[in-house]
Ligand binder design. Structure first.
Ligand code: SF4
Ligand code: SF4
Length: 115
């Protein structure tokens, strides 16, 4: 009983053991796979990333009227395997260590380049 009372008193005055996310964020691990960063200016729209993506998170579609290639990236479908980074011949993709903000809205990144 005295031990229990000691713990009870200690816990009454101790702060919460959980982190109040997203106000207080944990520091990222240096090699975390948290966010796929894309540099559209370095991209040649070759389509390799879309072809090797196992989750179909990147898609390329050719618009024959405007002669443009539309590229979409769905971060909700991405499994952060980093294959696209490994195979991109132009270094247009890299992995970020900061996790995306929590959201209930699916946002698809769209860019377009010349066919
Ligand atoms: S592999 Fe690289 S250069 Fe090719 S479409 Fe993907 S991001 Fe662009
Ligand atoms: S990290 Fe993996 S799942 Fe995500 S877009 Fe690249 S290849 Fe696809």
């Amino acid at each position: 009983m005295p031990l229990m009372s000691g713990n009870l008193i200690k816990n009454l005055f101790a702060g919460p053991v959980t982190r109040p996310y997203p106000v207080a964020k944990r520091r990222s691990f240096p090699r975390a796979r948290a966010q796929l960063l894309y540099n559209p200016t370095g991209c040649t729209y070759c389509g390799i990333c879309a072809n090797i993506c196992p989750a179909n998170a990147i898609q390329m579609k050719e618009d024959r009227e405007s002669l443009r290639i539309n590229r979409t990236y769905d971060s909700f479908a991405c499994i952060y395997c980093a294959r696209c980074i490994e195979f991109c011949p132009n270094g247009a993709l890299k992995m970020g260590v900061e996790h995306l903000e929590p959201t209930d809205r699916k946002a698809v990144m769209r860019t377009a380049g010349r066919a």
